[in-house]
Design a protein around this ligand. Structure first.
Ligand code: ADP
Ligand code: MG
Length: 746
């Protein structure tokens, strides 16, 4: 026993890396599920829900009647709130926040980094008579002037006017963020430049919500439905994520800096047993989930479902849908709360689209629909002929939108992280298409041909006269391979990346559909002038529009090669990566589209194109530098150490035993030495290319192309050899936690 200990001691110098991996595992063994600060067993969700939100209910209790009415009118009907009333609201908000323990406030906004931003101000002020007082005015509420000159603007702001301004968005409620030593009142705001250009993700989203409202109301009106005051977009984003124990995470510079593993051989067991999906949730993970959910309930985020996802250590959370603006804020909050709570539980939450190659990545399924102010879902087939007619018009508008502007939809989800996922046979391909399901497809075909389909449709469809066959409201046989699927009463845009804000994809989606609704409303209005039979008019317009756009419909397997060939025959764009995809934004048609509906003017649109390209280059550059540093300082030395051990083993054996056959040992040594040479070569090549990229092309697109075509393959070459070495080198020497550990031990 004593001897073994001594032995361990002598080898410990050589096995530092394995020791850190081992002590990570020992740490994990010591961990226990962490208790939440809120005792849910004592208070029901209903009591906790929205406790930290300056909600309608809160305002009704605190504001004078006339002010409350004005706020509600602003929320429900988009009527601007009189600035004179803002002081009253501000005061109530301050008192409420202070009574809940808040000491500071911040305008909370979403710059084009894709993250949220905050700059805190205390309520503290001084008066000669009273000394320290707490103050917050209508002016503080309505406008902020953070010196926010370091956010990306894509060239909109010149440095002499670098300031950005934040403006209160009353349609998303203020809330209180808790942290260990205090609380902060957060006021959702938009962020723009002095000239009024949008510098954030929220302003264009709000504009697109307005645009769709206007056009949808026109459609309703021309169809004879006049009782809706507003139409809003509803969104329910399902969020996938990974959880990794913090002890492993901290040993992986790549996870820390890039959010994904740049190295790592495929684990012997991946997801092939399909034993993780919807499996029983481990106690430690469940305690994290419940804790995070409680925090979210306080913030009024209606999280609803939780389950294990397909890949090991992967999970999903889904909320109840809300209007698109609030759903966007709530998804940002969800990601923030999940990250924070995970740390409290000794875990790290990864939202990267592909943290671990070889197993599924993470997406965000953006469930989307339209609802009128009476609560009717406009994409719900309904039961009366009139409801069906209306449904088919809105359905046709979406189909047409995806066909006409699929490239933009694709572009809205184009970034480095999502490139790993789309088309990787676990997520939809980069080709945009619409899945309708068999029954609805038959309806569409019948509309196009004017004849009844074969199966369930026993008669010709006469819009507004006959009812549609009952459409399944939840098509359980839904197609999981489609990027844009109709799921009974909503569309599910499944290609959105897990880490990205849903603001931009929804902005694009809303804009496209607004244009389509505009088109249909105009067509129907025009045809109605000469033909008083509304049903016949609509039937004709739909027939024509569906015929023109039916190439976008596809119910089959989107992963299959057959579809890729078919899609090409149909002329559907296939932008395989970010660099191919982004230029769609600056075509003449796109610029006109975004301008026409006052979503983004040319400068604003171009700035987004630039920021997205820049962000792509920066991401790849960081990954390349990390690959080099980890390859050079962690993997190469480990391989050399092992090579040295093998070499001395061979010499020592030779000197002990003389002329003995050491072919096997020599073969191992040779294989390792070869890989070392290859790794060194690959690192040199990556270094050279990355320097070349650095010197850079002044043209942003060519610069990005260089990263995509040269730097990424060079990174992949380094990884291939490094991952081979991982499977050869003595496990005790390997410094990086392995996939088989990270994905299974937590
Ligand atoms: P799944 O797609 O996993 O079967 P569901 O269909 O129940 O699950 O819902 C998934 C998400 O879709 C949820 O977040 C839900 O709130 C959202 N959702 C449901 N109806 C709508 C709607 N009308 N508009 C937007 N999102 C919706
Ligand atoms: Mg779903």
């Amino acid at each position: 026993m004593g001897k073994m200990l001594a032995n361990n001691k002598t080898t410990s110098k050589d096995t530092n890396s394995s020791n850190s991996r081992n002590s990570a595992i020992q740490n994990i063994q010591q961990r226990n599920p962490v208790r939440s600060q809120v005792d849910q067993t004592d208070s029901s969700i209903a009591q906790i829900f929205g406790a930290n939100v300056f909600s309608r209910q809160t305002m009704r209790g605190l504001l004078p009647k006339n002010v409350y009415k004005a706020v509600v009118n602003c929320l429900d009907n988009g009527v601007r709130l009189d600035p004179a009333l803002a002081d009253v609201v501000a005061n109530a908000m301050k008192d409420w926040a202070i009574s809940h323990g808040a000491s500071h406030f911040t305008h909370w906004f979403q710059p084009m980094t894709g993250l949220t931003a905050e700059k805190h101000d205390s309520f503290l002020g001084f008066s000669a008579d009273e000394g320290a007082i707490l103050e917050f005015s209508g002016k503080n509420l309505i406008q902020g002037e953070p010196d926010a000159s370091s956010f990306p603007s894509g060239g909109i702001r010149s440095t002499f006017e670098a300031r950005g301004y934040t403006g209160w968005d009353p349609t998303s409620p203020a809330f209180i963020m808790e942290s260990i030593n205090g609380k902060t009142l957060c006021i959702p705001t938009v962020f723009c430049s002095y000239s009024g250009h949008a510098l954030d993700k929220k302003s264009p989203l709000l504009r697109s919500i307005d645009a769709i409202n206007k056009q949808a109301l026109r459609v309703l009106k021309v169809l004879g439905s006049n009782d809706a005051k507003r139409v809003s977009c509803t969104v329910g984003p399902e969020q996938e994520y990974f959880l990794i124990d913090e002890s492993f995470y901290l040993l992986r510079p790549d996870l820390i800096t890039a959010g994904r593993a740049l190295f790592g051989a495929k684990p012997p067991k991946g997801q092939e047993m399909e034993d993780h999906y919807w499996g029983s949730i481990k106690e430690r993970v469940l305690s994290f989930m419940m804790d995070a959910e409680l925090e979210l309930y306080k913030l009024g985020v209606p999280v609803k479902t939780r389950h294990n996802e397909v890949a090991p250590a992967q999970f999903e959370v889904a909320p109840i849908f809300e209007n698109s603006n609030i759903a966007t804020d709530h998804n940002m909050l969800l990601m923030e709360v999940f990250k924070k709570t995970a740390q409290k539980h000794g875990l790290r939450c990864l939202f990267h689209e592909k943290p671990f190659s070889g197993v599924n990545g993470s997406g965000k399924h953006n469930n989307w629909s339209l609802a009128d102010s009476n609560g009717n879902n406009l994409l719900d087939p309904g039961h009366t002929p009139h409801e069906n007619l209306q449904f088919l018009v809105f359905l046709t508008a979406v189909i047409r939108a995806v066909n006409k502007h699929g490239g933009l939809l694709r572009g809205s989800i184009a970034f480095a992280g999502n490139d790993h996922r789309l088309g990787a046979n676990e997520a939809p391909p980069a080709i945009m298409s619409v899945y309708l399901g068999d029954k609805l497809t038959q309806v569409v075909e019948a509309l196009i041909t004017g004849k009844a389909g074969e199966a369930k449709l026993s008669r010709t469809i006469q819009l507004g006269v006959s009812t549609l066959p009952d459409l399944p409201s939840d098509d359980s046989d839904r197609n999981r391979t489609s990027p844009f699927a109709f799921t009974g009463n909503k569309f599910e845009f499944r290609a959105v990346g897990a880490s990205q804000s849903i603001a931009f994809p929804n902005t694009v989606l809303n804009t496209m559909v607004a244009e389509s609704l505009d088109y249909l409303a105009t067509k129907i209005e025009e045809a109605s002038k000469s033909n008083k039979d509304l049903n016949a008019v609509v039937q004709n317009v739909l027939k024509e529009t569906l015929t023109e756009n039916k190439r976008i419909l596809f119910n089959g397997d989107n992963y299959s090669r057959v579809w890729h060939e078919e899609a090409e025959r149909r002329g559907l764009p296939n932008h395989r990566n970010t660099v191919e995809s982004l230029p769609t934004f600056i075509t003449k048609e796109s610029i006109e589209l975004f301008k026409k509906y006052s979503i983004l003017d040319e400068e604003e649109l171009t700035s987004r194109y630039k920021i997205m390209l820049e962000s792509y280059c920066k991401t790849i550059n960081i990954e390349a530098l990390l690959t080099m540093s980890m390859g050079t300082t962690m993997i190469l030395p480990t391989a050399l150490k092992y090579q040295g051990q093998l070499a001395s083993t061979i010499t020592q054996t030779k000197s002990a035993l003389g002329n003995i056959d050491l072919t096997a040992e020599e073969k191992i040594l040779k294989e390792v030495a070869e890989r070392v040479g290859q790794l060194r070569g690959a690192l040199e090549q990556l270094d050279a290319l990355s320097k070349e990229a650095d010197e850079g092309d002044s043209d942003l697109l060519s610069h990005a192309k260089f990263y995509q075509q040269k730097v990424i393959p060079a990174m992949n070459n380094v990884r291939t050899v490094a991952d081979e070495l991982e499977t050869m080198v003595d496990d005790a020497l390997w410094p990086l936690p392995k996939f088989r550990e990270m994905l299974y031990i937590y």
